[in-house]
Design a protein around this ligand. Structure first.
Ligand SMILES: Nc1nc2c(ncn2[C@@H]2O[C@H](COP(=O)(O)OP(=O)(O)OP(=O)(O)O)[C@@H](O)[C@H]2O)c(=O)[nH]1
Length: 257
């Protein structure tokens, strides 16, 4: 018997893979897989399955919030290094509670699945559409030029507005969404939380302004001064000297050179 108690004869950390495989085979589980796979293959397929479970939303099949977080981290890193524009859109179904209340939870689930499919059809393969939670979706668009952000978001909004969702032969629902967007700060390593907060603030504005609309944050002035650059990358030497900054080897006295 496997037990984590100190008195147990087998401790989990001492269990060998072949023993674990034999134990699973003896109990129940997927008998076919156990017969046809080596212990290593079986373990690998278990790990693959767990990874998939941990990153996917089971209702829509979209990447889940955890996956979205990882994608955002990656984008922040890329934008900080390359300065390329990346857009995050937070999208929320309008008055979704009414769908559940008036037509039942199952109808709500069908709406979520349909919106997920529609959104996926609106974006490039390199973009990520994730279910962020409840009736909220996060869309990450790498390499998205500033002027293009509103165009993409409007396309999503209009496509959903013009795609009736068939719940049953006698029931079709028209859905609208509100969208808030914010670009990643260029050359600056921010955090996913701050980026999401900025996009969420725009989503809130879209809801407040009457729903079924897009609000994208005005492009913040992210031009970085020479002093800020030196804080990020080290002092900049110019032919006229080290500017207003202390040279790298001198102790900082606070006086200008
Ligand atoms: N069917 C279904 N409903 C869900 C799921 N997750 C969250 N919800 C519902 O989503 C609804 C969210 O409602 P609210 O946050 O009040 O927002 P809303 O009605 O969309 O209103 P606004 O966002 O202000 O336009 C709640 O009724 C939740 O129960 C789900 O997986 N399936």
């Amino acid at each position: 018997m496997i037990d984590s108690a100190p008195s147990a004869s087998i401790r989990l950390r001492d269990l060998r893979l072949v023993t674990a495989h034999a134990l699973v085979a003896q109990s129940q589980g997927s008998a076919q897989a156990l017969r046809t796979q080596t212990p290593q293959q079986y373990l690998q397929s278990l790990i693959d399955g767990l990874c998939e479970l941990s990153l996917k939303d089971s209702l829509t099949g979209l990447p889940n919030r955890r996956h979205a977080g990882a994608v955002l981290e990656r984008e922040i890193d890329r934008v900080a290094r390359s300065g390329e524009a990346a857009l995050l859109l937070m999208l929320d179904i309008d008055h979704f509670k009414r769908v559940n209340d008036n037509h039942g939870h199952l109808a709500g689930d069908i709406v979520l699945q349909s919106v997920a499919r529609t959104l996926e059809a609106c974006v490039r393969p390199m973009d990520t559409v994730a279910r962020y939670g409840g009736e909220e979706f996060a869309i990450v668009l790498p390499a998205c030029q500033f002027g293009f952000g509103r165009v993409v978001a409007e396309r999503m909004r209009r496509t959903i507005e013009s795609t009736p969702i068939r719940i049953s032969p006698s029931l079709t629902l028209d859905i609208t969404v509100s969208i808030g967007g914010a670009f990643a700060l260029q050359w600056i390593r921010s955090t996913t939380t701050l980026w999401i907060d900025r996009a969420d603030a725009e989503l809130y504005k879209a809801k407040l302004a009457g729903r079924n609309r897009v609000c994208i944050e005005e492009q913040p002035d992210s031009s970085v001064s020479a002093e800020e650059k030196s804080l990020l990358f080290g002092p900049l030497y110019t032919p006229s000297g080290w500017g207003d900054l202390p040279t790298p080897l001198e102790p900082s006295t606070g006086s200008a050179h």
